[in-house]
Ligand binder design. Structure first.
Ligand SMILES: Cc1cc2nc3c(=O)[nH]c(=O)nc-3n(C[C@H](O)[C@H](O)[C@H](O)COP(=O)(O)O)c2cc1C
Length: 389
């Protein structure tokens, strides 16, 4: 198919793919490659898309779908759409105060936003400037005091849910990042030239200085406080000794909704139920961790059958179209987390760009429902799906 190149104006982008193209021109290569890249050969990254594309839908015809509604109830609250913005670190490298821009756009769209542990704004500042429904993502690092600090602060600031990410115990090997951030705190000559050719980005981001990991800055060693140093330093901070005992520990500390992000087997999903978790997020970190990993959508049906009536199931990794979201709901997901799709919007147009990305997805979900002969997401059933070879 012929592809349209929307130039640099995000408002001309009609799809997430077009928004991705605008984003790729809006920020320097090292920032875009940080967002875009997957681990090693990027097989998990491609598999996420292939697995979603392989599912086809058989529509029902001649059904009155004039009044369509994609809202859902998640943790006893109404959401306008079955979407949650996924936690992503270093949003400040794409846009100054990118964390707050993402949070404000989600609040306007009526969906929750998840702030990463390695954000470039303090969680209190995001809560104050954005409002809306906020979830806090937690990386439990070698120094368990980081987790204690975040949990206490997030509870105090009114965050509704804690998302414990378990698939980064050993940090993924993203070769783009290795090349771009080889020496902590320094950029290569290629990257410096690249930066100079993005004056708008420089004005928006670098005018305020290199973004820092403000949320956990007190715990970072001096060479890792800034974005460029931190990317190289992360592998040393993450805890390879995480176990289910950490879940029990978090369950005691955190009184609100607790979700585990990175569950991909029925056995682990059952342990999440036994550990008193409220939800799980089936995720391979958008193909950024284990390169040989299965695509979350492939394991969703078995996990939904095993535990779907006992906890809330979210899924992410590879979702770029409204039809992808409808497929996941049909297979038993309660909602879908969106990572890169909204980051493309952020890079291309800040808060308005994120809203543009969400509007694209929401209108695609609506259109898909109508074309399927469904008025609501509960009308979509697994029987409507077939797997192509
Ligand atoms: C740039 C980037 C940064 C990320 N940072 C985090 C993070 O700090 N914590 C986390 O749990 N997941 C992180 N993730 C994974 C996302 O939460 C999510 O699982 C993934 O992006 C979903 O795949 P998708 O990008 O194809 O939608 C990150 C992903 C990207 C692309």
């Amino acid at each position: 198919m012929r592809r349209y190149y929307p130039g640099k104006n995000f408002r001309c982008a009609l799809s997430i793919e077009e928004l991705r193209r605008v984003a790729s021109r809006s920020v320097p290569g090292f920032a875009f490659e940080y967002v875009e890249g997957g681990a090693e050969d990027e097989q998990a990254l491609s598999r996420n898309r292939e697995a979603l594309d392989a599912i086809r839908i058989i529509p029902n015809t001649l059904v009155d779908t004039s009044n369509r509604n994609q809202s859902i109830v998640l943790f006893d609250q109404q959401l306008r759409s079955p979407l949650v913005i996924a936690p992503t670190g270093l949003n400040g490298m794409l846009r100054y105060h990118g964390d707050a821009e993402l949070a404000r756009a989600s609040a306007a769209a009526g969906i929750p936003f998840t702030l990463s542990t390695v954000s470039n704004m303090r969680l209190e500042d995001v809560a104050e400037s954005a409002g809306g429904r906020l979830w806090m993502q937690l990386y439990v690092m070698k120094d368990r005091d980081v987790a204690r600090d975040i949990i206490t602060r997030a509870e105090h600031a009114g965050y509704e849910a804690l998302v414990f990410t378990t698939d980064a115990n050993v940090f993924g090997y993203r070769e783009w990042d290795q090349r771009n951030y080889r020496s902590p705190g320094k950029l290569t000559l290629r990257n410096i030239v690249d930066t100079m050719t993005h004056p708008r980005w420089m004005f928006n981001v670098i005018r305020h200085g290199v973004p820092w990991f403000d949320n956990i800055v007190d715990f970072m060693p001096p060479e890792a406080k800034s974005a460029s140093g931190g990317v190289a330093f992360f592998p040393k901070l993450f805890a390879p000794d995480l176990t289910w005992d950490d879940v029990a520990w978090l369950r005691d500390l955190w009184p609100r909704k607790l979700l585990i992000k990175g569950v991909l087997s029925v056995a682990d999903a059952r342990r999440a139920v036994e550990s008193g978790c409220d939800g799980i997020i089936l995720s391979n970190h958008g193909g950024r961790q284990l390169d040989a990993c299965v695509a979350p959508i492939e394991v969703l049906p078995d996990i939904a059958e095993a535990v779907g009536d006992r906890l809330t199931i979210l899924v992410d990794s590879g979702f770029r179209r409204g039809a992808d979201v409808v497929k996941a709901v049909a297979l038993g997901a309660d909602a879908v987390m969106i990572g890169r799709a909204t980051l493309y919007g952020l890079a291309a147009g800040g808060e308005a760009g994120v809203s543009h990305a969400l509007n694209i997805l929401i209108s695609e979900i609506d259109r898909t429902l109508g074309q399927l002969g469904c008025k609501t997401l509960s009308d979509v059933t697994p029987g409507m799906l077939v797997k192509s070879r």
